[in-house]
Design a protein around this ligand. Sequence first.
Ligand code: C5P
Length: 227
Amino acid sequence: MQLCIALDLPSAKENLHLAELLAKHNIWIKVGFRSYIRDGKEFLQNLKNINPEFKIFLDLKLYDIPNTMADAAEEITALGVDMFNIHASAGEKAMQTVMDRLSKLENRPLVLAVTALTSFNEQGFQSIYEKSIGQKAEQFAKMSFESGLDGVVCSAFESRAIKEVTNSTFLTLCPGIRPFGEDSGDQQRVGTLELAKKELVDFPVIGRPIYQDKNPKEKLEDILKLL
Ligand code: C5P
């Protein structure tokens, strides 16, 4: 498992301070909407300046028409990040167009597809997708696998089943991880690191349990001991 830490703080200064506290560990750093919209590509460079070994996951969850998604995927690749994501519900054509376009480049980042957001409960999910989270997450995962993506974003509860219907090497990245039973916030499908390990999660994502802790550095070290 490779730990992915979300930097979702209200300013670049606070995020970079957090990254400095965590800098001696070669972890994945997740840069999401909040940070990227506000702080842009300079922020990515600042992170690399803190630790060139940080791996960067740009969590922008692209969802648009195929050509627009492929254009954006190419721009993201030019940023030099290590991983980014798109929505599986954008459809197979969109996912294939993205992967075709990236296959023409020398180096491409890992590409994951979002299946069911971890903030959905069954009722909220079914009111949109008309299927259970489990069924739809597996269907989205198969579509993503067949479209040539590297893996999916899902909850830890769907990780093992997704690998069974795709391939054991198909990556699962799972937000909603609460290592010591911390507050779930707006997340509905939360699980511990123990669950993540049992369910073969490749990338557990942890945000608030670290950045809202009084001592994020110590918290990260406690979490790393559980891996
Ligand atoms: O604070 P917390 O640990 O809940 O952070 C989870 C992070 O993962 C947030 O940045 C959120 O945007 C992101 N995320 C998610 N569910 C997804 C994809 C990304 O919670 N399906």
